[in-house]
Design a protein around this ligand. Structure first.
Ligand code: AMP
Length: 296
């Protein structure tokens, strides 16, 4: 690979991070890197992208190739789908879940088929683009099916007479139902993960920990909101009973006697329930702000 970006990456002690170049994981993975504070410039055909402000080189490659590159030490770390790590049967360390690219690997049969659970797949022909994972996940459940590996349009396989059932990735389920199929069971829940090579993690521990901290700071922050409100000091006890804050909330006096401001970081999922409850507890002028970074 003389003169290739692979050879130049990682020079001078720089950490190499493989990132999906396109597809569903591409844009969110690059956005995460940028929000984590890495500064880089993408060009139309860039394969190797050096970060200007950190000793990190990004390598833009296909997500399905990333587990193997990490396992073989071609790069130190990678961002890819957990399902793709399983599919590559790669010996790598999963360092962190990254909270995007969520999907499930599920089995489906034609609407009018009698099967209604995974066990019904026994003895059937099952089309999938993920034969390694499917074989392993079915075997773990003691289900013996005949796999039909396909590379695309998996949902068409039953209609074409190629298979009796399919196993495919689902996020909303609309593709499955649009093709006259019915889901009968879940084999795996997946999301984007940060993976590392065993040797690279040992050798580059300090830099790996630093990158992990920066990425996870963003992942954790996305799940949080910062809530600010005014209240009468007398209402603080009531407000605290409804506020599921990380640690104690911040309470500051306002210029008006007996008035306070209360600030707290809360779970984004709780905001829907929380706001009316805070209002009932006496809070006014409630503000909900995004959190950029959260390092616990
Ligand atoms: P790509 O084929 O490059 O678009 O990337 C596919 C990867 O994105 C999969 O292996 C999953 O890890 C992830 N993914 C997330 N949601 C879905 C979905 N609904 N269908 C397929 N892949 C998904």
């Amino acid at each position: 690979m003389s003169g290739t970006p692979f050879e130049r990456a990682g020079e001078n002690g720089r950490l190499t991070l493989a990132v999906p170049s396109k597809g569903r994981l591409g844009e969110p993975a690059l956005r995460l890197c940028a929000e984590a504070g890495l500064t880089f410039e993408l060009t139309e055909r860039s394969l190797l992208v050096p970060c200007a402000n950190a000793p990190v080189d990004l390598l833009l490659v296909r997500p399905s190739d990333i587990p193997e590159y990490v396992q073989d030490g071609v790069v130190d770390l990678g961002i890819t789908g957990a399902n793709l790590v399983l599919e590559a049967d790669a010996d790598v360390v999963t360092i962190a879940d990254l909270g995007f690219g969520r999907c499930t690997l599920e089995a489906a049969v034609p609407e009018d088929a009698p099967q209604d659970a995974l066990e019904g797949l026994g003895g059937l022909r099952v089309a999938t683009a993920y034969p390694v994972s499917t074989r392993r996940l079915l075997a773990e459940r003691g289900i013996d099916a005949e796999l039909v590996p396909v590379s695309g349009s998996v949902e068409a396989a039953p209609r074409l007479g190629l298979a009796d059932a399919i196993v495919d990735l689902v996020s909303t389920g609309s593709t499955v139902s649009a093709n006259g199929l019915r889901r009968i069971g879940l084999l795996l829940s997946s999301q984007a993960v940060l993976i590392g090579g065993r040797e690279a993690i040992e050798r580059r521990r300090e830099l790996v920990d630093r990158l992990d901290l920066m990425l996870l700071g963003v992942v954790a922050a996305r799940r949080r909101r910062y809530v600010m409100m005014n209240a009468r000091a007398d209402d603080l006890a009531r407000i605290r009973t409804v506020l599921p804050s990380m640690g104690a909330p911040t309470v500051v006096p306002l210029a008006d006697e007996g008035e306070i401001a209360v600030h707290a970081a809360v779970d984004a999922d709780d905001v829907w329930e929380l706001l009316p409850a805070l209002k009932d507890a006496g809070a006014t002028s409630i503000l909900v702000l995004p959190v950029e970074r959260l390092v616990a």
